[in-house]
Write a protein that binds this ligand. Structure first.
Ligand code: FAD
Ligand code: MLT
Ligand code: ZN
Length: 490
């Protein structure tokens, strides 16, 4: 309760008792499948499930359940629904909006033990797997057959594919492979009353009424628990190239993006943006050396993926000659082996870790029309320069740095305010200012991370009253007792 002075525990909900634990134990049938902090002290074991990746959100759950079958999930949810015990679905707990950890004493239902791959069709590229499979493991599995999982992100070593679907995660190659809304062909989910919704379709086309699975994709665990997914995986490209550029202005970044689309067209698989501050922060936190000798205000990472090495290299060389010749790009490097390719990607993927390395981070994940995208970072930096809350040397100031990066190819900016410690004053300087700024430009306050607890008060900046009303009606249909992930965005 101390963590959230503005939130009140819903008094309708029952607290977990020893009898409830006995029921859960009987359903799960294994001591490894339950962390019981009700009948004994288990605070140390519960910590990882109560605390989020940014160490910003903290719950007080006393029991973690780790079912390994859909039937167990069904029995648990039915029981929780009948007994008004709230439930927090949890995957790899890498979410960045406080949706993955409880607010008060919700039961954590963690999917980590549901981690089997059921089938992979080598002709169609369709994978059917449990929700708790780690993203990296899913990609490794399909890679053996020459395919790629159509999602990649920095947290791939710990996030789960069910969590990716529940958040409709975007990631580093959405520009090429599209979103989960398009790639997921079917899923199995359990509703709060225990109903198992078997929509584990493996068809590419299926126009038979409402596409109900879409409500679970990006639903953030608000209407049920995803237990299995079926997903279409594209062919893995044998020829992959990565280039890293320095540019002198954001105008040049836009020009480079335009040229990349024109000249690299079908082989372009990622176009990522990093400002100089984000790269300096990455270098400082990781100790790594940046790829280019002299600093530049902006950097881009371009990846191409195609089927013919000679053809792709020729295209990339022509593109590079053009952008350097026209002085769109100031300097650049192309990876000439796998380890260099990985270290160029690390300059982009390592920003998340670096952003919170010196204390904590306020993260804003925004869709903004491209011409305006970077101005927000500049305005935000000016704001902290003038309000006296930021210094990179004075330890008494809460803010350490303001950095901007993101998925340029999807008009998705990540504005990060790196702090020495979380302070209300910093949050007040940012919210609702950031959301107003974005709404004025008809952007979205959540491009890919979701709303969770972090943005629950701000949904109206991106969705009309009518739409929020419809969402609430749907929530009531699926979860009339409101036990699923309560206190969050809906
Ligand atoms: P969790 O964090 O455990 O949960 C996230 C939400 O989904 C919660 O609301 C939870 O209740 C719900 N949920 C989880 N599993 C289920 C389920 N089986 N059924 C129903 N609800 C469920 N996101 C992006 O979009 N793009 C990125 O590029 C990106 N990069 C990241 C890099 C790092 C280093 C980190 C730490 C996070 C990043 N994220 C990114 C954020 C995050 O959304 C993803 O990591 C991931 O999709 C979350 O998966 P998870 O299994 O960890 O889910
Ligand atoms: C990213 O693109 O790196 C992720 O969305 C995570 C983050 O913003 O830290
Ligand atoms: Zn991202």
């Amino acid at each position: 309760a101390d963590s959230y002075p503005n939130l009140k525990r819903d008094s309708r909900f029952k607290e977990v008792t020893a009898d409830d634990v006995a029921f859960f134990r009987e359903v799960l049938g294994s001591d490894n499948a339950i962390i019981d902090g009700v009948t004994k002290d288990a605070s140390d074991d519960l910590e990882a499930f109560n605390s989020d990746w940014m160490k910003k959100y903290r719950g007080q759950c006393k029991v973690v359940l780790k079912p390994d079958t859909t039937e167990q999930v069904s029995r648990i949810l039915k029981y929780c629904n009948e007994n008004l015990l709230p439930v927090n679905p949890q995957g790899g707990n890498t979410g960045l909006v406080g949706g993955s950890v409880p607010v008060f004493d919700e039961v954590v239902l963690n999917l980590s033990r549901m981690n089997s791959i059921h089938s992979f069709d080598e002709v169609s590229g369709i994978l059917v797997a449990d929700a708790g499979v780690i993203l990296q493991a899913a990609d490794d599995h399909v890679a053996e057959k020459g395919y790629i999982f159509p999602l990649d992100l920095g947290a791939k070593g710990s996030c789960q594919i069910g969590g990716n679907v529940a958040t409709n995660a975007g990631g580093l190659r959405l520009l090429r492979y599209g979103s989960m809304h398009g790639n997921i062909l079917g899923l199995e989910a359990v509703l709060p009353d225990g109903t198992i919704v078997d929509d584990l379709c493996t068809l590419r086309k299926n126009n038979t009424g409402y596409d109900l699975k879409q409500l679970f994709i990006g639903g953030e665990g608000s209407i049920g628990i995803i237990t299995k997914i079926s997903i279409l995986c594209p062919q893995r490209s044998p020829a992959v190239n990565v280039a890293y550029f320095g540019l002198s202005s954001y105008a040049k970044v836009q020009q480079a993006f335009r040229e990349a689309k024109i000249q690299l067209s079908e082989i372009l698989s990622a176009f990522e943006l990093m400002d100089s501050q984000s790269q300096a922060l990455y270098a400082r936190a990781s100790g790594a050396r940046l790829p280019l000798e002299s600093p530049h205000p902006f950097y881009c990472l371009i990846e191409t993926s195609g089927s013919n090495t000679d053809h792709d290299s020729e295209k990339l060389t022509t593109f590079l000659e053009h952008v350097m010749g026209e002085e769109i790009v100031a300097d650049g490097v192309v990876a000439d082996n796998e380890s260099q390719l990985q270290s160029l990607w690390a300059c982009r993927e390592g920003i998340s870790e670096a952003s919170q390395h010196f204390g904590g981070v306020y993260k804003y994940d925004l869709s903004i029309p491209l011409p305006d995208l970077y101005s927000l970072v500049e305005e935000c930096r000016e704001r902290f320069q003038s309000n006296g809350l930021m210094s990179d040397t004075d330890e008494s100031k809460p803010v350490f740095d303001v950095v901007g990066y993101g998925h340029m190819g999807d008009s998705n900016l990540h504005l990060n305010v790196a702090v020495r410690r979380y302070e209300k004053e910093v949050e007040k300087a940012l919210e609702p200012w950031v959301y107003e700024w974005v709404a004025q430009r008809k952007g979205s306050i959540s491009a890919e991370h979701g709303l969770g607890l972090a943005k629950k008060e701000f949904i109206q900046y991106s969705r009309s009253e009518t739409m929020v009303g419809l969402m609430k009606q749907l929530k009531k249909v699926y979860d009339p007792n409101g036990i699923m992930n309560p206190y969050k965005y809906i």
